[in-house]
Design a protein around this ligand. Structure first.
Ligand code: CUA
Length: 144
């Protein structure tokens, strides 16, 4: 009984403390109807940045049933901050053969910082069931 109370207590405190959000820092929310007017999300793709802890920001707008951009080339060795949101429903964001695996939710901004130090082609795919086109939902990430 004691351990159950402790366990529920931990869940309760962490829910209040972190809001159970999927990301740890930076801007966390964007309304789907504001995506096209937003200075970050109106311009999806790979962008070089200066003065940050990463070399590039890779912005994705995700919707049923595609990723925008549908194809990305990343220079080998780059440290990339992936920034993504959904227009409609919950989607997955898994880059096969890497540790990148996020949930993309409408209204939220999900981020992941990753250094791409192996050349090759990587499949970005949706691993959350999101409707009839789920199985075809993918993008291609090429590290060159
Ligand atoms: Cu998007 Cu499954």
């Amino acid at each position: 009984m004691g351990s159950l109370i402790l366990f529920l207590g931990i869940i309760f405190i962490s829910a209040l403390h972190n809001g159970h959000e999927p990301i740890a820092s930076g801007r966390e929310f964007i309304a789907p109807e504001l995506i096209d007017k937003d200075e970050v999300f109106s311009n999806p793709g790979l962008h070089k940045v200066e003065g940050k802890d990463w070399d590039y920001e890779l912005v994705f707008v995700v919707s049923a049933f595609n990723y925008n951009p549908g194809k990305v080339e990343i220079p080998k060795g780059s440290k990339v901050k992936i920034i993504a949101t959904s227009r409609d429903v919950v989607h997955g964001f898994e880059i096969a053969q890497t540790n990148v695996n996020m949930m993309i939710e409408p209204g939220h901004i999900s981020t992941f910082v990753k250094t791409f130090d192996k050349k090759g082609e990587y499949l970005l795919l949706c691993n959350e069931y999101c409707g009839t086109g789920h199985a075809d939902m993918k993008s291609n990430i090429k590290v060159v």
